[in-house]
Structure formats: structure tokens, C-alpha cells
Design a protein around this ligand. Sequence first.
Ligand code: ATP
Length: 271
Amino acid sequence: MALSPRPALSPRATPPPRTAGAGARSAVPHTPDRGFAVAEDGTRNPDNDVLRAHDVTVTRGPATILRRMSVGIRADETFAVTGPTGAGKSALLAVLSGVIAPDAGQVWFNGRPLHTLGDRARGELRRTHFGMLDGRARLMPELTVLENVALPLLLEPGTRGTAFAAARHWMGRLDVLDHADQRPHQLPPALLRRIAVARALVVRPDVVFADEPGLGLHGAELDHLMRILVSASRSHGIALVLATDDPQVARHADRTLELRDGRPAPVRTDA
Ligand SMILES: Nc1ncnc2c1ncn2[C@@H]1O[C@H](COP(=O)(O)OP(=O)(O)OP(=O)(O)O)[C@@H](O)[C@H]1O
């Protein structure tokens, strides 16, 4: 279920300590500042996770949806958030991607605080650094496939040539280039999903967030989508964060985090 955005709470600028879920890595690409704030005291996240949530709580009315969650995502890994319906998977992705601000706790992206940004700055960050996917392709019916994939880049003025070149590159990578001049309604659902993946990757994001990316697909079609999504992300150093309750999706991840009631599920011990 999608969480509606709400305004960020007052800024916090203390970098979080390392947590068990957050592995260190030495070669996270530095992303230049693109109009979003750095913590007022100049402090930065001390290790190299591309994304880090620290002690994050999200509430909606009387309900606590995420409870003091901490997790780190490494650059170029595939990380799956799993758990049953209502566990908080979508909420965790929403907080990590800046769709919503946490009510308490911190979120860091490439060593910069996300939790201190307002709605607009988080939106700009999503547009330039993150790719977003969910269980629907969400293509524009009046545009060709090529135009749909190039669209995120066409929003920048003066980039028409490079936008179409990049779109063709990713369409080749996702095996949909033959359909460049067709319109979405002419194509089957499995192809539309791959086109949506190409569109998410075309901005060369640091992180792709995919909330049930294979919804409605099954068997070989689902495996094909996941293999191609994971390999395209990995080969370009893009972190992939999945939310899913489908083991056939989760098994493509390098690491998984299982949630129950807005926090990590207790470790099972077999008697
Ligand atoms: N806007 C909201 N207001 C109140 N409660 C909400 C809101 N959005 C989500 N919730 C509740 O928060 C909890 C976590 O929701 P979330 O969508 O993150 O779960 P999920 O694990 O992604 O589930 P699903 O697999 O069904 O998508 C659920 O109990 C849900 O009902």
C-alpha cells in the first residue's frame, strides 16, 4: 500500500553510528551536489553505504508503521525487503527514497542527510538520483516506446540527442529495442515491464527502488524480468532495493531483510 507524503520534521544533522545491517564498502561513487542540502554542521555519514536509514520511525495516526528501523544499502547490491502484507515494506522503500520523511530517525544518501530536506528537494533528488518502479508500467499511451524511455531525460532542456541515444542503449540492454516505434497498447505486459525498467535506468540513477516489480507476472516471464533488472543494475553499479512478498523475486537479491510489524522479523530458531 502506498503511504501518502507528509512534511519532514525539523532537521537533524548528527551522523548515525554504524549498524549491523550496514556493511562498509570502499568505492561508492561520489555524486556531485545537485541542489540538496548538506547537514548544517558539515557532518557526513561516516561510512560508505549508498543509503542508510538509522533508527527510523514512521507513524500514521495512532499506527506505528516503521519502528526504529536501521538498515544500510551498499552501492551496486540487490537488496530485498520481504515480509507479509502490511509488514512495512513499502513504507521502508518510501522513506529510503524520500517519498516520505520519517517522523523520527535519519536517512542518509551518499553521506548526505535526506531527512533534513523538504518535499521539493527530496523530489528533485528522486528525479536525478533514483529510479522508481512498481507493479505497473505507467507508460504514456500517446508516446512511442522510445519516447517513453527517453522522457525522464527530455525533461532537461537541450538534451534531445543524448536522451534518445541513452534510451536506445537501455532498450538494447533490456531487449526491447525492436519495439522502439510502437505504442504501449500494442505490447504485452511482460514487455511493458521491461520498458519501464529501461525508463527507470535511463537517468543512470544511483539507486533503483522496485516495489513488487513483477506484480502480475509469473514463472519464466517473472524470472526473465528479474534477471534482466538485476544484471542491468549490477553491471552499471546501481543499487537495487526491492520490496516483495514473492520468494521468486526475493531469491534474486544478494541480501534480504524480512520485516514483521514494521521491524525486522525475529530470527527463527528451529527446535
Ligand atoms: N496512509 C496510511 N495511513 C494509515 N496506515 C497506513 C497508511 N499507509 C500504510 N498504512 C499501514 O501501514 C502498514 C504498512 O504498510 P505497507 O504498505 O508499508 O506494508 P507492505 O509490507 O508494503 O504491504 P503490502 O505487501 O500489502 O504492500 C499497513 O498496516 C498499512 O495498513
